[in-house]
Write a protein that binds this ligand. Sequence first.
Ligand SMILES: Cc1ncc(COP(=O)(O)O)c(C=O)c1O
Length: 398
Amino acid sequence: MELAQRNYQTSASGLEALFAASAPDVISFAGGYPDRSLFPRQELNHAFSSSFTNGDSELLQYASTAGYQPLREKLAARMTRDGINADAKDVLLTQGAQQGIDLTARLLLNAGDGLVVEGPTYVGALAAFDAYQPTYYTVPVEDDGMDLHALQKVLMTQKIKLIYTIPDFQNPTGTVMSLKKRQALVALANRYDVVILEDGPYRDLRYTGTNLPPLRYFDTQGRVIFLGSFSKILAPSLRLGWLTASPELLKPIMALKGGADVESSNLMMQGINSYLDHNDLDAHIQKIRTCYREKKDLMVKTLRSYLPDSCQINDPEGGFFLWLNLPAGFDAEDFMNNQLLPEANVSFVPASVMTPGHGPVNGARLNFTGPTLAQIQSGAQALGQALQSALSPKRLSN
Ligand SMILES: Cc1ncc(COP(=O)(O)O)c(C=O)c1O
């Protein structure tokens, strides 16, 4: 059997490896999992049963590609409060932010078209983009977001159709794009006629400091597509996210969504709408923030006590991940597969799978939200000690 060419780009294997590294007996710092004890099980249970007993009589019927109107209204109001002026008509409900990435790629990318991604970036985005066979240009992420000098060089020399960025608590580095860079990035996109895909599933999860406006706030030409998601603030199994864009972009995206899956599940959309009618989502998010901040602080503190001097971590202001920087040339994937997993039963995501093609190998993404406090304590200690041993002069000379 001959498969289509699109199957032969390989980032999808990064996602598979990620789930494998999250097996039950492993202390996994690999997956981008929320803390399961924070899922509002009872509240969701009530909300879903109430949509069966008191809800819309069309609950089990086909609805519309755009998605359940009352939920779109609520999301438009939330985004407006956050600096993105939107009405219900500007919102499309998607199967997670992941579908928003796929639809945007489908909208814009012919095979070979120029796509800028951050290096490193979200491995699931690469898996989605790969199917459209783009030509990747990787722009490094700095402490304050994408390296815009490097971006400008790419834009000056290559035709780029799309820039994919995660400005808030970037996956995987945890960094936040500065205000100056947000403005400059939109200005560059205007100058070079490029669309920006702003992926914002972590925007609500800030633990210290205050949020900056989204890129879409600075967009005067309708070229920023914004993605949000319930996965990190309610539960990923709901598979519900949202997309907002200018009418010129939203209309064809909606047509593509119809072709992909007709519409998101009406049952899910109405259940979540009922949850929002009966619960205070902001209070729930506040609870999550308090828990994740404690976990993040513990991981940072433990790693700082056990890591050898040649390894550094950052201390992100929010999100799900922190970044471990390893000595130049040190292969994090090899270290995980041959030492960390077999000897200490701890996993992370190595840098090598988070850049298209061949990127730097000496880094890793560590998730602090999924594991328990006890797992963070013992896993971070084991990771630090395994690195001490791997980097000791004796082991290095073998
Ligand atoms: C940056 C980013 N975008 C999108 C997603 C996918 O989210 P969803 O579950 O909403 O599809 C993730 C999940 O980890 C992510 O980290």
